[in-house]
Design a protein around this ligand. Structure first.
Ligand code: ADP
Ligand code: ADP
Ligand code: MG
Length: 452
């Protein structure tokens, strides 16, 4: 087992990883930007090193700085968390070249799945159903031809897309050309890669993803699903496990297919396979995220497994201690992403000093966050400042528990979306479980926006 790990991330996920290390008796090295001197992950780690100015490209994406910090402090492994460098194959390769263990899958698997077109091709070849669509389209004319075959509405997607960005809906042939030009230009600007492909726009659908854990000996575990259909602009807002849209037979089928998919790509460590599930119970591969997912705690709650500890164990060479028949989803877990943003002002992200903080408690209530009273939320990073997670025997009880926990949560000094979460948890469609990925768009259309 490692003696010292560097955490190449910030915020709640850096804190989450440091906690796991502490419990495992592993020393921790935090890295931080000049804007994060007072951040919680810095004070919680055994050692910390400033890696550059506030903008992520100068600090949290600065590969030479991060590798130097690991070498200088004698860390043996690097945990990349999510976002930032977590899906950067070059970084994973550089770690290996420096004799450091990257806590994640092999660089070549990251590269293969990070190219969403290549990922679709690989999964198709492995016998996994993928969303109807086509491969990369070079120009609008070729695009129009492919679009006719696929049918409208469709999505233009960036090969390098992520984080809900790089996706554009096209309703008719007339819209195609301009949508194509904008999508490609946006992808070039956001990801430095303008390549796009087309997918049929499926609706109504649910976003169902399967959590995978694979060790270095080729053993694969599938830890069941998360339903992440409550989204705003393709970004997840609420996640739950199990999904009330899946029958036990469908779940078994998805576990079987996901296990096969993980084996087909030679996957190692924790990963997530995302699918869309249609009303007829058909599911289609959408993409694979080769890292720890933001919403991993809901899986931890229903399986009782600590995913971060397993990531570390696997990276150090340990084998999985369970087989698929040991895995059962117990009860129901829900997560609400608490963002520093104002729903009444078109979800404008906010920053500022936390003047008052009260965190809900009680059995099976978890708040993953890097906030503390007096902390100033900087303007440079992701607006997600916390994740509130609850676990109960049934979905109904979990909803009630989440409502009570949200009532108790007090964050003053920055606007948050916590009131919006409260409204969603009281929404008939959510409570009945009859909701799809268009849930938020429908709410906004009917003027049900939060006015908190
Ligand atoms: P998850 O599926 O785990 O919710 P997301 O795709 O929403 O993951 O991304 C996880 C985190 O990484 C989020 O904080 C998101 O803002 C960030 N992120 C992911 N991909 C990108 C990207 N290509 N560019 C910028 N940020 C990204
Ligand atoms: P990202 O890499 O940004 O996470 P995804 O390909 O996972 O992008 O898509 C993000 C979200 O967009 C999905 O969760 C889903 O709600 C929606 N989406 C993506 N592809 C389709 C599709 N073909 N039809 C309908 N909705 C889609
Ligand atoms: Mg996705």
């Amino acid at each position: 087992m490692f003696e010292k790990i560097l955490i190449a991330n910030r915020g709640e996920i850096a804190v989450r990883i440091i906690r796991a290390c502490k419990e495992m008796g592993i020393s921790t090295v935090a890295v931080f930007s000049e804007a994060d001197r007072e951040a919680l992950h810095v004070s919680m780690a055994d050692e910390s090193i400033c890696i550059g100015p506030a903008p992520v490209r100068d600090s949290y994406l600065n590969i030479p700085s991060i590798l130097s910090a690991a070498l200088v402090t004698g860390a043996q492994a690097i945990h990349p968390g999510y976002g930032l460098l977590s899906e950067n194959a070059e970084f994973a390769r550089n770690c290996a070249q420096c004799g450091l263990v990257f806590i994640g899958p092999p660089a070549q698997v990251i590269a293969q799945m990070g190219d969403k077109n290549e990922a679709r091709r690989t999964m198709k070849a492995a016998g996994v159903p993928v969303i109807p669509g086509c491969e990369l389209v070079e120009d609008p004319r070729e695009g129009r031809r492919e679009a006719e075959k696929i049918g409208y509405p469709l999505l233009i997607k960036a090969r390098a897309g992520g984080g809900g960005r790089g996706i554009r809906l096209v309703n008719s042939p007339e819209e195609f050309e301009s949508a194509f030009q904008t999508a490609s230009a946006e992808a070039e600007a956001a990801f430095g890669d303008g390549a796009v492909y087309l997918e049929k726009y499926l609706s109504p659908v649910r976003h169902i993803e399967m959590q995978i854990l694979c060790d270095q000996s080729g053993n694969v575990l599938c830890l069941g699903e998360r339903d992440c259909s409550i989204q705003r602009r393709n970004q997840k807002l609420i996640e739950e496990s199990p999904s009330c849209a899946l029958t036990p037979t469908q779940r078994s089928k998805m576990i079987e297919v996901s296990t096969l998919a993980a084996k087909a790509v030679g996957y190692v460590n924790a990963g997530t396979i995302e699918y869309l599930l249609d009303e007829n119970g058909n599911f289609y591969f959408m993409e694979m995220n080769t890292r720890l997912q933001v919403e991993h705690p809901v899986t931890e709650m229903v399986t009782g497994l600590d995913l971060v500890k397993w990531q570390i164990r696997i990276a150090s060479g340990q084998s999985l201690a369970y087989t698929q028949k040991d895995i059962a989803l117990t009860g129901a877990a829900i997560e609400c992403r608490i963002n520093a943003e104002n729903p009444a002002l078109n979800f404008r992200p906010g920053c500022g000093k936390i003047s008052l903080l009260h965190v809900p408690g009680g059995p099976m209530v978890r708040f993953d966050s890097a906030l503390y009273q007096g902390y100033s939320v900087p303007p440079f990073y992701d607006s997600m400042i916390g994740k509130l997670i609850v676990h109960a025997n049934t979905r109904e009880e979990a909803i009630r528990k989440m409502r009570a926990a949200l009532c108790e949560l007090i964050i003053e000094g920055v606007e948050t979306n916590s009131e919006l979460h409260m409204e969603i948890l009281s929404d008939e469609a959510f409570v009945s479980g009859q909701y799809h990925t268009d849930f938020m768009a429908k709410r906004e259309k009917t003027g049900q926006q939060s006015v908190c």
